[in-house]
Design a protein around this ligand. Structure first.
Ligand code: GTP
Length: 393
């Protein structure tokens, strides 16, 4: 069976046109994805390459040959730019641009040679362009965004198609005597070309959307200043942790912490210094945390630390260590003398087999925190006598 080159060329043109129009329509709303902008340009240049190549019926053939192939190399290079920027944050190595220039010059040099030779040369350049892209996705993109795998698949099909075309050109040059001639190699490469927007194009767009969705999830979950879990997510995690601890009859503790006289830090050293203190505090707490512990920022300068598997005595011990760490921590703020900020806290615990719910646990920790504040700050208190008794035991 021979695939009809003319029909596949029209299919490829139609696929790139619809793809390019879709990308152009969504340009305005996808401004957070600059690589999709590059992909759009890549699609338009590829389309132009097809138009120029097909224009050989109307314009001198040498123009169609040189301009069509050169534009094709440039289009692939723009797609490569998009892929490299998305995966590595930087453009492709400089030699890839030299490859585009060398390919265009070579095509110009051989434009009067038989079509078979030009076909092999063009496919060779495209293989050299496609291989690094394929390698990049396989080595660095595969586990990043799963949709990049269809990008690898589409590029892989393209590379295999062009390699097959080169081999076939060498074996049967008579089948490549004219641009539109049906042949195994031409059929395979135009089929791969028609599938390119489907596999590589859509795969790349979905990978961009996957990344944006992940960033939005992270923004919704984590506080950007301190890296702590936001209040809403923390409350949900506490509910979950509490339910699990009750079911498994394991202890769980909650430590609420509030920086002392924090307003004074802002008023004396400025809001930026206050921000630095908050970030430094969160960092200090994190160095003391276990893997299962969760640190949340409940608002302003109030933080909550959930300690699964830790009883009241253990939690009070952690709290006291954190208090001491803060009391002796010099925090550089601007060019001035480093400052020290103390912290007060309240601990409440779920003893194995005890009743109640997560909001009661929170309320008791909050009461203990305000007991610490009332007692003069820079101290940690256990909630209610019942917890204190448990800790003593
Ligand atoms: N720099 C900075 N300040 C914040 C942020 N969120 C809240 N604040 C400030 O934190 C201060 C909290 O002040 P207060 O609630 O009076 O508490 P405090 O001064 O620490 O006093 P005590 O808690 O009683 O020791 C306010 O001035 C808020 O504007 C933030 O993200 N960055």
């Amino acid at each position: 069976m021979l695939l009809d080159v003319g029909t596949l060329f029209v299919a490829m043109f139609a696929a790139f046109s619809i793809f390019g129009i879709t990308l152009a329509l969504s340009r305005g709303s996808l401004q957070d994805c600059p690589e999709i902008g590059l992909l759009t340009w890549g699609a338009w240049v590829m389309l132009l390459a097809m138009v120029v190549s097909a224009a050989r019926v109307a314009v001198p053939e040498w123009i169609a040959i040189i301009a069509g192939n050169s534009l094709l190399f440039v289009g692939v290079h723009i797609n490569s730019q998009a892929l490299y920027r998305f995966i590595t944050g930087q453009g492709p190595p400089r030699w890839q641009l030299l490859l585009v220039a060398a390919g265009a010059i070579l095509i110009a040099v051989v434009h009067q040679r038989p079509t078979a030779e030009r076909t092999a040369l063009a496919s060779g350049v495209l293989v050299l362009q496609g291989m690094p892209m394929l390698w990049l996705v396989l080595t660095r993109g595969w586990h990043a965004e799963p949709a990049l795998r269809t990008v690898a698949l589409a590029i892989g099909i393209g590379v295999v198609g062009h390699v097959a075309r080169i081999v076939h050109v060498l074996l049967a040059p008579a089948e490549y005597a004219a641009f539109w001639q049906p042949s195994l190699g031409n059929g395979l490469t135009y089929l791969a070309g028609a599938m390119f927007p489907l596999g590589a194009g859509i795969g790349f767009i979905v990978a961009n959307l996957e990344r944006v969705a992940k960033q939005l999830r992270e923004q919704a979950t984590y506080d950007s200043l301190t890296g702590c879990v936001r209040r809403g997510s923390f409350t949900a995690m506490l509910d979950k942790g509490y339910g699990q601890a009750r079911r498994e009859r394991k202890p769980l503790s909650l430590l609420l912490m509030d920086l002392d006289h924090f307003k004074l830090v802002n008023d004396t050293h400025g809001h930026h210094a206050g921000d630095q203190v908050l970030a430094r505090f969160a960092q200090a707490v994190r160095t003391r945390m276990r893997a299962a512990d969760v640190l949340g920022r409940m608002g302003g300068e109030e933080f909550a630390l959930m300690l699964p598997g830790t009883d009241a005595a253990g939690a009070l011990h952690v709290a006291e260590e954190l208090r001491q760490t803060m009391a002796s921590l010099d925090i550089p703020v601007g060019a001035g003398v480093p400052i020290r900020v103390t912290v007060s806290g309240g601990v409440s615990s779920l003893a194995p087999g005890a009743d109640g719910d997560a909001s009661a646990l929170y309320r008791r920790a909050d009461e203990a925190l305000y007991a610490s504040k009332r007692a003069g700050r820079n101290r940690m208190s256990l909630a209610r006598e019942r917890d204190a008794a448990a800790a003593a035991r």
